[in-house]
Design a protein around this ligand. Structure first.
Ligand SMILES: Nc1ncnc2c1ncn2[C@@H]1O[C@H](COP(=O)(O)OP(=O)(O)OP(=O)(O)O)[C@@H](O)[C@H]1O
Length: 312
């Protein structure tokens, strides 16, 4: 493992503390009272639809944006007032445009290592991230997955206590995505706290200890992935396309019903096994045929859709 330096402090504690964070662009509130706490050693996910305020929130944590109001602390430090100290203990993932296309992998690792007083040794880091055979390759010639691995390496090179990864696996093929997940688990196993912004429910479900779902600048829910599923969507999902519209009041009265979503003529109900039985009875009684009927266990996807009201 590439984490070398032991932590000075012992015991579980919060590393990131965000209270009533607000940030507007003009008269538009991008972040409107966000609060959450990330414990040391956690993989904490931030999920939410496009434009929900996720990036603005993590940029305030990184000290890249100045909040209008509220309180952000990283290991007890203010990311704006104590920017230097926070930059030393927080590793942030670069955006593509921030790296010179002609820089080789080795040059990028050496350059970024030079920014820190006590950098990690980049050689084992490059080895672990599968970049060792690519040290002389220019950034522009790397594949999408190799670029992402280099970004992870650069985020870890300062031997950070917290690493912020924003949409890390977007654009990767399924195998590269799974490899990246294993890397993130390794990073955490090495004692680094991970703040992960993602659009992928499967990713959040697999990796995150807890997830904050952000919607329209607010935390719509904060729980473990399993807790979010339990709380919002119900355990069982039944989806079908009815041959004729079903009465809203009859649907709302179904026992155990947690939510109803409609999209392109398809109905998706979440609830319990009892809900499923009652739907089948309702269909038989009203002589409505259910096309493409599917009954599945609820996933974080279902919880996300329920929590963020993205479907009409
Ligand atoms: N620099 C900016 N100037 C003006 N408006 C901005 C700026 N950055 C973000 N916004 C707006 O603030 C809102 C929140 O944006 P933010 O990037 O934080 O959302 P996000 O949840 O990260 O979205 P996405 O998933 O699409 O990346 C959006 O409406 C966005 O258009």
């Amino acid at each position: 493992m590439y984490r070398a330096s032991p932590r000075g402090d012992a015991g579980a504690m919060s590393v990131i503390d965000v209270t009533d964070l607000r940030k507007s662009y003009g008269d538009r509130a991008a972040v409107d009272g966000v609060a959450f706490t990330v414990e040391e050693g956690e993989i904490f996910g931030i999920l939410g639809p496009n434009g929900a305020g996720k990036t603005t929130t993590v940029e305030c944590v990184e000290g890249l944006r100045v909040p209008d109001s509220g309180r952000v602390r990283v290991a007890g430090l203010d990311p704006v007032a104590d920017h230097q100290e926070v930059a030393r203990l927080l590793g942030a993932q670069l955006q593509q445009s921030e790296l010179q296309p002609k820089l080789t992998v080795r040059e990028a690792l050496e350059l970024y290592a030079s920014f820190y007083p006590r950098p990690a040794d980049w050689r084992p880091l490059a080895e672990r991230l599968g970049l060792a055979p690519k040290l002389t390759t220019r950034f522009a010639k790397l594949s999408g997955g190799q670029k992402q691995r280099l970004f992870i390496a650069l985020a870890l090179i300062g031997d950070p206590r917290v690493v912020v990864l924003d949409e890390l696996t977007t654009g990767l093929d399924p195998r590269a995505r799974r490899d990246t997940w294993e890397l993130i688990e390794d990073i955490r196993a090495g004692g680094v706290t991970v703040l992960l912004v993602t659009h992928f429910m499967e990713e959040a479900q697999r990796l995150c200890d807890r997830v904050a779902v952000i919607d329209r600048g607010r935390v719509a829910a904060l729980d473990t992935p399993a807790g979010l599923i339990r709380r919002s969507a119900g355990a069982t999902v039944i989806g079908f396309t009815p041959s004729a519209p079903l009465d809203d009041a009859e649907l709302a009265a179904l026992p155990g019903l947690a939510s109803v979503r409609r999209q392109d003529g398809r109905l998706t109900l979440s609830g319990t096994d009892e809900t499923v039985d009652a739907v089948l009875t309702l269909l038989a009684r009203t002589r409505v045929t259910a096309h493409q009927l599917r009954v599945t266990d609820a996933t974080l996807d279902d919880a996300f859709l329920d929590l963020t009201e993205t479907t009409a």
